[in-house]
Write a new protein. Sequence first.
Length: 209
Amino acid sequence: MSRVHVIDHPLIQHKLTMIRDKSTGPKDFRELVNEVALLMAYEVTRDMLLEEVEVETPICTTKGYTVAGKKIGLIPILRAGLGMVDGVLELIPTAKVGHIGVYRDPDTLKPVEYYCKLPGDSEERDFIVIDPMLATGGSASAAIEFIKERGCASIKLMCLLSAPEGIQEVQRAHPDVEIFTAAVDQRLNSHGYIIPGLGDAGDRLFGTK
């Protein structure tokens, strides 16, 4: 679990409780997910490099710091990952956004990539893969693998909720990838849903069933 970070800030936990509530409608659900994504992004980017610069204030000249190192890229896993992107962009408006779509083949049960569009300078970026729910870990692990195949080496995974089974699978497949989550729930049920979870994040974001 050394590469798993549970972000348990009181504001995140408060908003997460509202997100879990089945009476929260799509509008409020979307807004809350965006807010939590923004708050989580502070911790996900905590290790960004800084460089010292000189700045002139209205009073005098002093030293300050600006972000250095690789630029950031965001990769939401379609479709639910889209619900967290705007929150992160509020904090990092210069980040480029790629997209990846993965589904599970009903016959082979193996993940299949059906869409992948990454920034042209992907090899020069630190990527944050975004998916609200880390359940079995199959889709997240596959998405990370597909991204790595395109030359992206620096990857973090950001989720609202995680199941122990999903964490274990991602760590098994990608021990180099750090996982950031707002909560680790109890387990998966027989249908692969996180317990207690929040239901289907995509359906609740977009008002579908």
